[in-house]
Write a protein that binds this ligand. Structure first.
Ligand SMILES: CC(C)(COP(=O)(O)OP(=O)(O)OC[C@H]1O[C@@H](n2cnc3c(N)ncnc32)[C@H](O)[C@@H]1OP(=O)(O)O)[C@@H](O)C(=O)NCCC(=O)NCCS
Length: 151
């Protein structure tokens, strides 16, 4: 699958090293362990997509479906590739390949201005706030976006 100069493919267990390397650069201390990635990749209702540009892994998106909800767990783009549409391309692909979910959900720290701006740009609405949800004491903002047929 290719859009513009971005190639993306669904991750299998063989991509754990690549994913955890990207995750560590993008998320630092909040990166998943390799075991956690293995667990994510082993669940058939989860989907993890990797974006590549000029042969280099530059971003990823991880999501899991529960019933009619498709929950985005993590989206990340390497810092030097940010603001080039990589996360948007991944999200658009997730939406286009949606298989029956009626809404997208995401939890975002209230301090993560880039992510809040990104999801708002994509039409997500803030629907709930979870006080002190994260280990750094920040609140989680729960955001949702309706998918075809939902909301
Ligand atoms: C949030 C994140 C995934 C966005 O990735 P990206 O590939 O840079 O996103 P895009 O280039 O597709 O951005 C699309 C739009 O989102 C908004 N946006 C993205 N980053 C933004 C920022 N830092 N500040 C303000 N708006 C931003 C803009 O409207 C942007 O469009 P524009 O560049 O034409 O103005 C990226 O900043 C990132 O990896 N952050 C660290 C990890 C993280 O916090 N992930 C989200 C929580 S799971």
């Amino acid at each position: 699958m290719q859009r513009a100069s971005i190639l993306f493919h669904r991750c299998g267990i063989d991509t754990v090293e690549t994913l955890s390397g990207l995750d560590a650069v993008i998320f630092g201390d909040a990166a998943y362990s390799k075991d956690l990635w293995r667990g994510e990749l082993a669940v058939s209702s989860n989907q993890v997509w990797l974006a590549e540009k000029a042969g280099e892994a530059v971003g990823f998106l991880s999501a899991g479906q529960s019933g009619l909800d498709l929950e985005i767990r993590k989206v990340g783009t390497l810092p030097v590739f940010q603001r080039q549409g990589i996360a948007s391309t991944l999200l658009q692909h997730l939406i286009e390949t949606n298989n029956g979910a009626e809404r997208l959900l995401i939890d975002v720290s209230h301090t993560n201005e880039a992510a809040l701006a990104f999801y708002e740009r994509w039409g997500f609405a803030r629907i709930h706030r979870r006080p002190r949800y994260y280990s750094d004491g920040s609140d989680a903002i729960v955001m949702e976006k309706g998918l075809a047929g939902g909301l």
